[in-house]
Design a protein around this ligand. Structure first.
Ligand SMILES: *[C@@H]1O[C@H](CO)[C@@H](O)[C@H](O)[C@H]1NC(C)=O
Ligand SMILES: *[C@@H]1O[C@H](CO)[C@@H](O)[C@H](O)[C@H]1NC(C)=O
Ligand SMILES: *[C@@H]1O[C@H](CO)[C@@H](O)[C@H](O)[C@H]1NC(C)=O
Length: 440
């Protein structure tokens, strides 16, 4: 185990070196403008449905730490953000998903519609600056489906307070006043100028993607059409402000009316989303799924839960390649200490199994970009624990599982890069041949 790790480490050092050399060699001669995004430091998506960074396939291992901004708001806790980013970077993690919202209530970023707490905003500035320092890319979510940190319920309440005739939380998706509040928030975040880095958020390559809403659900319309219309409107709006960044929805993956035959994968869960039709919206750049068989099917044993997660990933990976033509990310998964029969070993086995599947899917063309485990904490954050907590310095066996995944995904990125260059050279040879034929 230890030996193979050292070997892998050596291999990675060598491949990284090789990668650096290849970049130097290829920049002068080849014309990669087709795959290069507007800013090559931005994570982008290419025509083969892969994530691309600086002209190369970008496969990653990542994590969730939703709490970053709120914790950074307390000066004596700010070091926890730096600690977690630097520990994550040491574990080879390159993507972090976190909240760029906190609506109403104590410590809110958005105190009331359009009114922001500058101190909390500076905490978010700090999170982004620290991520950049540790070479970690961020996925920033813009609102919550749930009541935690305000969410849809807070937006609807604000409209009610302003005299709007709103009923339930699902009016979030249809009431024009609420929709305008949300758009104003999107505008505010995307055009924010970071007080530390002086970079406007929409110009900051540290941000890998915006997420419209964490785990959207809409109980008033099980078909998924209501949410679909909201995604269309908001995706177009976000892209009208910021074309350079990737955009995703934040969905869990449940199927809706556009593909009734796929609903069997929902195993009876109905949350008013249509994974396929919403992800077909042109401004949405990649698809996400979450996998919580432990929450969704608590009565099932570990074997059955792992089997579900595998089928869930495979089904959506198929969709991503064959219907959506977009990359896919497993944006949340984890195993809770609160699950019956939980053991540390059991969690490590569960995570390893998910990681192996991600690797297996990613190997086949790179359309599966990576997974983001839920979730990582720093030391001394017990009050935040939700059962899924991973503390790198305390949960060493889990840390090893994570490092291993980071390493194999990095090696795979390199292999895909090499293949891509061979294909490109192949294309060029074909072109030259054709030119020759034309000439003769
Ligand atoms: C690179 O591609 C661009 C756009 O297709 C073209 O204008 C340019 O001449 C190419 N440069 C080289 C060196 O082939
Ligand atoms: C787990 O549950 C499945 C049915 O859902 C059953 O077939 C299998 O034997 C169970 N495995 C264990 C180890 O209990
Ligand atoms: C992580 O480590 C802490 C401290 O040793 C321990 O209390 C906790 O149970 C571990 N968590 C998990 C999920 O294994």
């Amino acid at each position: 185990m230890v030996k193979s790790f050292k070997l892998l480490g050596l291999l990675i050092t060598l491949t990284t070196l090789l990668q650096a050399l290849t970049v130097l060699a290829s920049d002068a001669s080849s014309n990669a403008s087709k795959v290069l995004p507007i800013h090559s430091d931005f994570v982008s998506v290419d025509l083969r449905n892969k994530f691309i960074l600086q002209g190369s396939p970008f496969l990653f291992n990542g994590f969730n730490s939703y709490w970053m901004m709120s914790v950074a708001d307390n000066p004596s806790d700010m070091h926890k953000i730096s600690d977690v980013f630097s520990q994550a970077a040491s574990a080879g993690l390159t993507v972090c998903r976190t909240w760029a919202f906190s609506d109403g209530g104590p410590g809110a970023l958005q105190i009331s519609p359009g009114v922001y707490d500058e101190k909390v905003f500076q905490a978010l500035d700090f999170v982004i600056a620290e991520a950049r320092r540790n070479k970690i890319y961020l996925i920033l979510s813009l609102v919550n489906n749930y009541k935690d940190y305000g969410g849809r319920a807070q937006y609807v309440q604000w409209a009610r307070d302003a005299g709007e005739a709103v009923n339930g939380e699902d009016d979030f998706y249809i009431n024009p006043v609420v929709k305008q509040y949300y758009k104003n928030h999107v505008m505010k975040i995307l055009t924010r100028k970071n007080t530390i880095s002086k970079v406007v958020y929409k110009d900051d390559p540290t941000i890998m993607a915006w997420e419209l809403i964490n785990e959207p659900r809409c109980q008033i319309d099980p078909s998924g059409k209501t949410l679909d219309a909201w995604v269309r409107e908001m995706a177009a709006y976000a892209k009208s402000i910021d074309e350079g960044h990737l955009l995703e929805i934040g969905m869990e993956g449940f199927y809706g009316d556009s593909r009734p035959e796929k609903k069997t994968f929902n195993h009876g869960i109905q949350v008013g989303t249509d994974f396929i039709s919403s992800h077909l919206v042109p401004q949405i750049d990649f698809a996400t799924i979450h996998a919580y068989p432990d929450l969704w099917f608590p009565e099932q044993n570990d074997t059955a839960q792992i089997a579900f997660a595998r089928e869930w990933m495979r089904s959506h990976w198929d969709d991503a390649r064959t219907i959506l033509n977009k990359p896919l990310v497993l944006a949340e998964f984890g195993k809770s200490k609160k699950d019956p029969g939980y053991t540390v070993h059991g969690r490590d086995m569960y995570m390893s199994s998910i990681y192996e599947d991600i690797y297996g899917f990613a190997m086949n063309g790179g359309t599966f970009g990576g997974g983001l485990v839920w979730q990582v904490f720093g030391e001394g954050m017990e009050s935040y624990y939700d059962g899924y907590e991973i503390v790198f310095s305390q949960n060493l066996s889990t840390n090893v599982v994570i490092i291993k995944q980071s390493q194999v995904m990095a090696v795979l990125s390199h292999h895909l890069r090499t293949n891509q260059e061979e294909e490109k050279n192949g294309d060029e040879e074909m072109k030259n041949k054709k030119n020759d034929e034309v000439k003769t």
